[in-house]
Ligand binder design. Sequence first.
Ligand code: PHE
Length: 341
Amino acid sequence: MKDRIEKLLEEIQELKAQKEQEVEEIRIRLLGKKGVVTQLFDEFRTVLPEQKRELGQILNKLKVVATEKIDELRDMISEGGSTGKSEFDLTKPGDKFELGAKHPISITRSEILAIFNKLGYAIADGPEIEDDWHVFGALNFPPEHPARDMQDTFFISTGENPVLLRTHTSSIQVRAMETMKLPIRVVCPGRVFRNEAISARAHCIFHQVEGLYIDKDVSFADLKQAVLLFAKEMFGDNVQIRLRPSYFPFTEPSAEVDVSCNICGGKGCNICKGTGWLEIMGCGMVDPNVLEASGIDSKVYSGFAFGMGVERIAMLKWQVRDLRLYFENDIRFLKEFQTSV
Ligand code: PHE
């Protein structure tokens, strides 16, 4: 019996097949109900107890080898080759190469920046890991002031001027005021961080574009005009805006900007929760304390600032209901935004 098993082992190694059908025939011949391997197992029941151990081992090996060989033949055939030929078929078509697309957040950020570019705004950049002064201190948030609770952050160090992750890109505006020559007209795109629970409407990481214009005689009317132009370019010529009084430590007066709902045209729907309006950004006239903190004479200069969340604009533009989709990298979602931009 041992000899027969060993001979069969050798035979199995040599097996070849061209078609699925042949592999099935081999399987039946070896492992089928009346197959040779099956018959050997039947015969095994009758061998003497002292031979059981050795024979059992090679018999089990035979079954494993036979099963593996059958799988291997099947794989080779389904991959388009046939056994016994060269594995390198240079005439085979190449592997498909998937092209990526721009992320919807990148697309939206580029659109926002392009609009402000047309209005003469330069792009400014700054660090994501910032100090307390640039994120809070210079923006009129006194230490321990409750306004800091609106933007809870992640601290990297403690002390007098702790290092932390920026909660808004207003920190870039502070750096612009410290270093650039007046007048200043910049937009500040970037990633920001807040200590918030992740949900469909909030995330601990998101993106902003903020803007700053400082010159002599800049007025609230100028702010309103800039915001209106932006809204029309972004959401279409028919869009209306409204400004609601609000509070930010660094602007006075401050406002939230709403645009008329682009889904229902202002009649009220479930996207705008029946109000006809969608909130898109915060804005206001730069507080004189903020200008002075960066060494700008607030008696000579005035300015306005605004800031928006890129995810929010993208959600409104494409009616995405869940913010988390932007971070999951699910190819089915990202494919919805194929663009040549
Ligand atoms: N920095 C504010 C925020 O992150 C947005 C803002 C910017 C509001 C400029 C007013 C003026 O919420």
